[in-house]
Write a protein that binds this ligand. Structure first.
Ligand code: 13P
Ligand code: SF4
Length: 301
């Protein structure tokens, strides 16, 4: 059994497996910890394991490697990439900074280490509003998600300068799709991720990070929910709330990069100690400042 082999290797290597809430069910089931981007970064930072097998996408594993230079961080499958993180480079960010010399840079954690190194502070979907409002400066270059930037702008007096990036899995969830599920499930509460477009956030009951949705669904008195985020989260929501019902806002909200990690790839990652995430030390140290500053702000939902 692959699960038994993972358990053997986990012990042998003194390793932990971290899995994002969008991972396939069998990967979530063997994880030591499941969570959102912020929760996974916090877990990585506080873990005393020697090896972290990161079942998520590239930028998440990079964040763990930035925070934990003394640990080996493994990404089981190198094609696990976030297309939004590829929508900005350190060079293009530096050019934007030159245009706004008085502004600070808040970068969504969905960015490369190079971009984090050019940023003042990171944020995740859980704490983006809290991070922005924690800053003294009034002008903020917010990269790379324009939808998250617009969402934050509604909850702050600060001037937000958005970047033109977006998440294809969330940006293309249509308001009409959500409304048609709502017409069939009128009692259901609508929970969406702030990476969705403004017209979808506007018709939602709540905009939450993935862990925010997990916590909210557990506590809410509602019995039915329409979930506007990557469909992988439905596995955990249904498993942890067997008496409640969860419907995807859109069946095409699938992130290909989140689906490539499998149990055999975790076995092979631990057997061969690959693929190691290596960040050049100069970049790592500067990127860590932006991540540490965010971790100091903590959760916002
Ligand atoms: P969370 O931090 O809310 O899990 O979001 C990560 C992500 O990539 C959403 O698409
Ligand atoms: Fe990136 Fe979107 Fe996938 Fe999240 S769901 S990892 S933002 S592409």
């Amino acid at each position: 059994m692959l699960q038994d082999r993972i358990n053997e290797l986990r012990e042998e290597r003194h390793a932990i497996v971290l899995a994002h809430n969008y991972q396939i069910g069998e990967v979530q089931d063997i994880a030591d910890y499941k969570g959102d981007s912020l929760g996974l970064s916090q877990k990585a930072a506080e873990s005393d394991a020697d090896v972290i097998v990161f079942c998520g996408v590239d930028f998440m594993a990079e964040s763990a490697a930035i925070l934990c230079p003394d640990k080996t961080v493994l990404l089981p499958e190198l094609s696990a990439k976030c297309p939004m993180a590829a929508m900005i480079t350190a060079e293009s960010l530096c050019a934007e900074k030159e245009k706004h010399p008085g502004a600070v840079v808040v970068c969504y954690v969905n960015t490369t280490a190079d971009v984090k190194a050019e940023s003042d502070i990171c944020c995740t979907s859980s704490n983006a509003i809290k991070v922005v409002n924690s800053l003294e400066e009034d002008e903020i270059i917010f990269v790379p998600d324009k939808n998250l930037a617009l969402y934050v702008a509604a909850y702050t007096d600060k001037k937000i300068i958005p970047w033109e990036g977006y998440c294809p899995s969330h940006h293309f969830i249509l308001k009409s799709e959500v409304l048609s599920v709502k017409a069939r499930r009128p009692e259901a509460e609508i929970l969406v991720h702030p990476e969705c477009g403004p017209e979808v956030i506007e018709i939602a009951d709540k905009a939450l990070s993935t862990d925010g949705m997990i916590q909210y669904a557990k506590k809410s008195k509602a019995e039915e929910f329409i979930i506007g985020t990557e469909t992988g989260i439905l596995y955990r929501l249904r498993k942890e709330n067997p008496d409640k019902r969860f419907y995807p806002a859109s069946d095409h909200a699938i992130c290909p990069g989140m689906k490539v990690n499998t149990l055999d790839k975790i076995v092979s990652a631990l057997e061969n100690m690959e693929h190691k995430i290596i960040i050049p030390e100069g970049v790592r140290v500067r990127a860590k400042q932006a991540l540490d500053r965010m971790l100091g702000v903590g959760r916002g939902d």
